[in-house]
Design a protein around this ligand. Sequence first.
Ligand code: HXC
Length: 257
Amino acid sequence: ANYETIKVEQKGAVTLVTFDRPKALNALANAVLEELTEAFRAYDADDSQRCLVLTGSEKAFAAGADIKEMAPQSFGEMYGSNYFAGWESITRTRKPWIAAVAGYALGGGCEVAMMADILIAADTAVFGQPEIKLGVIPGMGGSQRLTQAIGKAKAMDMILTGRNMKAEEAEAAGLCARVVPADTLLDDAMTTAEAIAAMPPLAAIAAKEAVNASYEMTLAQGINYERRVFHGLFGTEDQKEGMAAFSEKRKGAFKGR
Ligand code: HXC
């Protein structure tokens, strides 16, 4: 597919998606949503692809929803088009994906980064939910996902004041998996993606499903769900291969079956 607002490359089993609207600091216009949704759908459907990395530029992962596109809209237009609802489809991606964040991840940019299974931040990363300064509130899940990630105390502090949070504070608060030097961000994210891509693919999907279930289920339901999925993986060829490879002291060769 030919994209205008993102760049999509396949590097072995890893799909690399880069926001590509440098003049607007990768602001998330509707065109970006449409293209990104399609790129994620294609990734999920492509058996040769086993992990995805989403990144931006050195200066900005994404500086938020496109303020110029939103500014003139009426309630009827926002409600009628269910503005932003499409972004949720990215969270229904079954295979794992990583957000590699350098520079600004503000508003919708922060919210998309928080949709990732793993968020890796450069030491230059700046996170924030500044929507209140524009007379609105987070609209792509920020009030929920930020609160789940870092707790009410810091989430309220950020969402009510619109203040930014630098990488170091974000890591301490549990917003990202780790912070790395900006010049090694992409290498680090790609190495992590390649490690995941080498895992048994069905186990990767199942692991992601089980972790995400913890947000939707009680502890007892979640543990029961986990155990059933665990049992289910004994029906896969890759479980036999993985355990045989361990006994035979060799690396497993996984097929996704
Ligand atoms: C549209 C944007 C933009 C955005 C930056 N630009 N962010 N355009 N939407 N969210 C544009 C600028 O207008 C400018 O275009 C160019 O990108 C470069 O930005 P500058 O401001 O000149 O850069 P700088 O001075 O370095 O400041 C960077 C910045 C600032 C601190 C990130 O751009 C900024 O505050 N952006 C807005 C951040 C924000 O409020 N995000 C939340 C949006 S609301 P020109 O043409 O002038 O060169 C949201 C969720 C909404 O995401 C949910 C509720 C509905």
